[in-house]
Structures are given as C-alpha cells and as structure tokens.
Write a protein that binds this ligand. Sequence first.
Ligand code: IMP
Ligand code: MG
Length: 181
Amino acid sequence: MNCMEQDIKEILLNEEQLKSKIKEIGKQISRDYEGKDLMLVGILKGSVPFMADLLKEITIPCTMDFMAVSSYGNSSKTSGIVRILKDLDFEIENKHVLIVEDIIDSGTTLAYLIEYLKGRKPASLKIACLLNKPERRLVEINTSYVGFVVPDYFLVGYGLDYAEKYRNLPYIGILKEDIYQ
Ligand code: IMP
Ligand code: MG
C-alpha cells in the first residue's frame, strides 16, 4: 500500500465505473451538440482528468479552454468567496459553451462562473459535472450532464484534491476523516 492509499477510507467509484460513465456522457454531448460550435471550458485543476477522458469520447469537432478559480484555500469547506485566477484565452460570444467541472458541492463556484460567463454572450451555457453532491447545496444549479450523485463525504482522487494532494489517484475515494479534521 502506498502512502496515499493509506489515507483512503473506501473507494467510491473505481476506474471502470468512471470510464463507462464518461463514455456515455461523451456520446450524449456528441449527439446534443451535432452541427454546433462547441467549446469545452474546464475549471482547473480538478477537472483535468475528467476533461481529458471526456474529450476523447466526444466525436464532433470542438475546442477547449480553461479557467482557474479559487474558493477553498487549503481547507475542506468552502469559503464562499470565488476568485478568478486564470481567465479564458478565447472569446465565447456566439459559441456553445459547456463548463466541465469535477464536483458541485455548495454550488457557489458555478453560480459565480455562470453569471460571469453569461456576460460574454455565449450562444448557450451548460454544465457537465462528474460528481454532484446535493446535500450541501446553497445555490440552485441546473446541470445538463452529471456523472454520479454522491453522498456528503470529502472525496479525493481523479482530479479532486485535499490541500493539493491525491489528484493523481485513478479512482474517487473517501478521505479518512482524521486527515482533514
Ligand atoms: P462549491 O463551490 O461548494 O460547489 O465547490 C466546488 C469546488 O469545491 C469543486 O470544484 C472542488 O474543487 C471543491 N470540492 C467540493 N467538494 C469536494 C470534495 O469532496 N473533495 C474535493 N474537492 C471538493
Ligand atoms: Mg474544482
């Protein structure tokens, strides 16, 4: 057992489960956006593995950009404050924008981003998130594509971090409580 795995209480979603769900989402996006100018906007850094795998399952032409925002600092609870650390490189006016996010928890981050990006007049603005944790939602968010609805545990792996660690685990795991308490 390596030192990261010791910190995992339980594997919630394994590699096969992630792969087959992402394949499904990719197919659906390819159908829904057929003939449209699709731009995927990944939210750094948590969405990187999801974006990389989803991208390969999309069979229509699309472009990709990234934003980096911060709402957590190094704690396991949201601060409610969203800061833009890196903005888009490209214009999104008249493009069909699909935000690619790792997890929706309180909804604060996405609520802010949606308002922000709407101001740039995209043709449409939707969300694809791998995980949805509805129990702690503070702001209502409409999601078009959701991988899995998950219970209120602190999750790591497959892009999700605790204090920037564990992003490289190939699965989604429940972090042991004594690590963050
Ligand atoms: P929200 O603004 O509360 O919806 O938080 C969204 C962001 O918080 C996500 O993009 C993640 O970066 C982070 N986050 C929320 N829940 C978890 C978790 O269980 N593990 C790791 N990061 C999380
Ligand atoms: Mg994130």
